[in-house]
Write a protein that binds this ligand. Structure first.
Ligand SMILES: C=C(O[C@@H]1C=C(C(=O)O)C=C[C@H]1O)C(=O)O
Length: 256
């Protein structure tokens, strides 16, 4: 780990970053629920873009990622494209990010799973049925959610690096090529108490950020914009397990 980075990054600062990223995720989801499901956005056969074989959301994500890639977005170790095969080279001057992670980190990208879970599991839970025709805005909102979730989940690389360098005596034996043990690694890096606290915190944030604010105090409380229990479930079933999956994938190759 680079000196300047190891001096400033600790498990506490990493956890603070994960907490700050919750805010971005929850605000992005609140933005998405302003639109109904708008299923044409996801229809492979709707042919909304002449000459493009795929859904509108795929088109928006691929084209946006291409522009962002040229501007250097994916040079950052915290950013991961959803269509890496489509990514042009950066044309901007190279920024020297602190070298915190082992070089294998750049080969770990689980965005295909994040994409699948977002569209097939989460979206049907949060978006109201209906179609208001705002497909491009809907796709742009989806992209913000996907990027925020992807950044958070791949941040598991940093969590893993800090845990490894804090306790190499515990991690190294499980990582050595001849004894690689994913289940034992998963147990070692799991902190159930922290996970319970995160679930309660995101539920509370969803209730606070999703409040409907009016000036008429006599009106009874209305439902928050997004169901706080669904946000807690999102973390419990998908966000934290996938973060830990990234942690394990990274650790298994940490000594390559
Ligand atoms: C991120 C950490 O590692 C694990 C994953 C967590 C998460 O994704 O929020 C929480 C606790 C740990 O089980 C951590 O220890 O903070």
């Amino acid at each position: 780990m680079a000196k300047e980075a190891s001096a400033t990054m600790t498990l506490e600062t990493v956890r603070d970053s994960l907490s700050a990223q919750e805010d971005t995720i929850i605000y992005s989801l609140i933005d998405r629920v302003n639109y109904p499901l708008n299923s044409k956005t996801y229809d492979q056969s709707a042919s909304l873009i002449p000459g493009f074989a795929g859904s509108l959301v795929e088109y928006v994500v691929k084209e946006t990622e291409a522009v962002h890639a040229k501007c250097g977005r994916y040079e950052s170790p915290t950013e991961h494209p959803f269509f890496p095969e489509n990514i042009p080279a950066s044309v901007v001057p190279v920024h020297e990010y602190p070298k915190i992670l082992h070089p294998v980190a750049s080969s770990i990208n689980i965005n295909k799973r994040i994409w699948d879970i977002y569209f097939n599991k989460l979206l049907p839970l949060i978006a109201a049925p209906g179609d208001d025709g705002n497909y491009a805005s809907t796709a742009a909102s989806d992209l913000k959610c996907l990027q925020a979730l992807s950044r958070r989940i791949h941040y598991g690389k940093f969590v893993a690096e800090i845990k490894f360098t804090d306790s190499p005596q515990d991690y190294e034996p499980l990582v050595r090529v001849q004894f690689q043990d994913s289940d034992a690694l998963m147990n070692l890096l799991t902190f159930k108490k922290v996970e319970e606290m995160v679930k309660r915190r995101v539920e509370k944030k969803a209730a606070v950020f999703g409040q409907r604010v009016g000036l008429d105090d006599s009106k009874p409380d209305q439902k928050p914009k997004i169901d706080p229990a669904i946000v807690s479930r999102l973390y419990d079933e998908w966000v934290m397990p996938l973060t830990k999956l990234v942690e394990v994938e990274y650790l298994l190759r940490r000594l390559d």
